[in-house]
Write a protein that binds this ligand. Structure first.
Ligand code: 6GU
Length: 251
């Protein structure tokens, strides 16, 4: 998978050299290219923003640098393996929610281009123009406002990269993820334990060492339900009660 990220803070994307994403890059499973938007400015001050038409607070990112940057990135699709046309992912607090479902969909695309913005966002004409030739997704990572789209890009890239074949050590690792599709869909994961069997006077739930896989699966499901009820009652409303019985029978 190829990822291009255009930003005025390339150093903000340094964490993409670390851990799971860093290792996927080192292996060649991920081709990540971070571009400095200011490389496509032509004035002495490398200006990327200007005052908003109609007035109001804050600044708006100018269309010219973005247009030149995105054209250059799109043209560079030709060097390297055939990745076709990219999906353009535009982080914005006014976007559609970034969900596990969207992470799964995007993990199946060969090429993603991210446009994290600062200030009040990018001149609308840029998004409208590229939406005429590309699949453009305006995406928010949650109901709060960040100073820019770089942290959301880190979040989205990690969520997407861990779904790529061979990136997680164990393909089963995301089977029971909170929000993974399947019988436990829409439930949060319950508690987990490891050795030692006693720590500061606290033991572990006996069922986990019972060797009874059916009982363990049912216990985990009950824990997941309790946790979801406490933390995300909104998710309980949309679960399928029959899925729990299927889950128990499969175990
Ligand atoms: Cl994608 N960008 C910004 N600036 N704030 C956000 C966001 C994105 N998602 C949630 N808050």
């Amino acid at each position: 998978m190829r990822l291009d990220i255009v930003t005025i803070f390339p150093e903000y994307l340094e964490p993409l050299n670390v851990s799971l994403v860093g290792k996927a890059r080192a292996r060649g499973d991920l081709d990540v290219r971070v571009h400095d938007l200011r490389a496509w400015t032509h004035d002495r001050h490398h200006t990327v923003d200007d005052t908003p038409y109609g007035g109001g607070p804050g600044m708006v990112m100018k269309p010219d640098p973005w247009g030149e940057a995105l054209d250059a990135v799109l043209e560079s699709g030709a060097d390297g393996p055939d990745v076709g046309e990219p999906v353009l992912v535009v982080p914005t607090p006014s976007g559609r929610p970034f969900t596990q479902e969207l992470a799964v969909e995007l993990s199946g695309k060969p090429w993603l281009v991210f446009t994290p913005a600062r200030y009040e966002g990018i001149d609308r004409r840029v998004i409208d123009a590229y939406a005429e030739r590309l699949d453009v997704r305006e995406v928010s990572i949650g109901d709060y406002v960040l100073a820019g789209g770089e942290a959301p890009v880190l979040v989205m890239v990690e969520a997407i990269a861990r779904l790529l074949p061979g990136v997680l050590g164990n393909a089963e690792s995301h089977r029971d993820d909170s929000f993974a599709p399947g019988a436990m869909a829409d439930l949060l994961e319950g508690p987990v334990y490891t050795k030692p069997p006693e720590w500061r006077g606290r033991g572990i739930p006996e069922v986990l060492v019972s060797g009874h896989h059916g009982k363990i699966a049912r216990w985990r499901r009950d824990q997941a339900l309790a946790r979801t009820t406490a933390h995300r009652p909104d998710l309980i409303a949309r679960c399928d009660p029959d899925a729990f019985d299927k889950h128990d029978r499969a175990a």
